[in-house]
Design a binder for this molecule. Sequence first.
Ligand SMILES: NC(=O)c1ccc[n+]([C@@H]2O[C@H](COP(=O)([O-])OP(=O)(O)OC[C@H]3O[C@@H](n4cnc5c(N)ncnc54)[C@H](OP(=O)(O)O)[C@@H]3O)[C@@H](O)[C@H]2O)c1
Length: 265
Amino acid sequence: MKVAIYTTYGSPEVIQIIDVEIPSPKPNEILVKIKASSATRADTMMRQGIPKYGRLFLGLFKPKNTALGTGFSGVVGAIGSQITKFKIGDEVFGEKLTGNGSNAEYLCISENELIENKPKNISHIEAAPICDGFLTSYNFLKQHAKIKEGQHVLVNGASGSLGSSAVQLAKTMGAKVTGICSSKNIDYVLALGADEVLDYTKININAQQTKYDVIYDAVGKLNYYNSKNNLNTNGIFMTPVLSIQILWQMLLLPKKVKFEATGIK
Ligand SMILES: NC(=O)c1ccc[n+]([C@@H]2O[C@H](COP(=O)([O-])OP(=O)(O)OC[C@H]3O[C@@H](n4cnc5c(N)ncnc54)[C@H](OP(=O)(O)O)[C@@H]3O)[C@@H](O)[C@H]2O)c1
């Protein structure tokens, strides 16, 4: 089978398509024939090894794990002897976070990992990228912010994968949601359910008077200090994007500033 790998950090040219044997599922694993897989912003950052301090975890001089891609959607091609939840031919989707990547023709995944039956009303192309944004944002909104009905949530980067998921999740949790995106995506973010949308190309977000219970900066363009005037007394600032600035702010104000690599939970 064909599989995309990278053995050195860099631009898309570092990606190699190589031939390897189709893996055989272990007793607790499923072999998925992949119909669609995702290439996310996070995948890109890992491939580039940027920010460079990320290499402390990814591999100092070259990537420790050469696999590419996490999100997938496909069809069960074979099952291990202990599998009870899936059968050959089932349409499934999920997220592969360790070991072999999803930018491949096949992958093996345990039934206890992130894999579910694909809803019939969405295509493989629609299903493959779903998990990254929703699962990452769900962890932030549910576990860190513990959103309550009626709270006001500001989502920066509301048109992206994590942000568009956050808008929909926060609305489902009963919050009032303000989204931030560029002019071209205003109608899209309103259609996701946002109560109002601010255009970052036209206004200075930090100059607004509104105060929020939660600021979720899904794109890593804000920080606690430049946003604290927009937070209520008990408000919190969260971001899935780590920077030196956020690291310091989190260490100094652990109750106010939240970062976590929730994507790997
Ligand atoms: N911590 C974790 O576990 C975790 C997991 C997954 C991803 N991440 C990180 O989360 C970040 C977002 O990922 P993603 O997949 O959501 O990216 P994405 O789909 O590319 O979305 C990024 C969005 O940012 C918006 N944007 C660009 N410049 C902006 C600005 N100055 N102000 C406000 N919005 C701006 C863009 O909107 P417009 O097109 O409207 O400009 C775009 O829709 C990445 O850095 C990724 O590495 C972290």
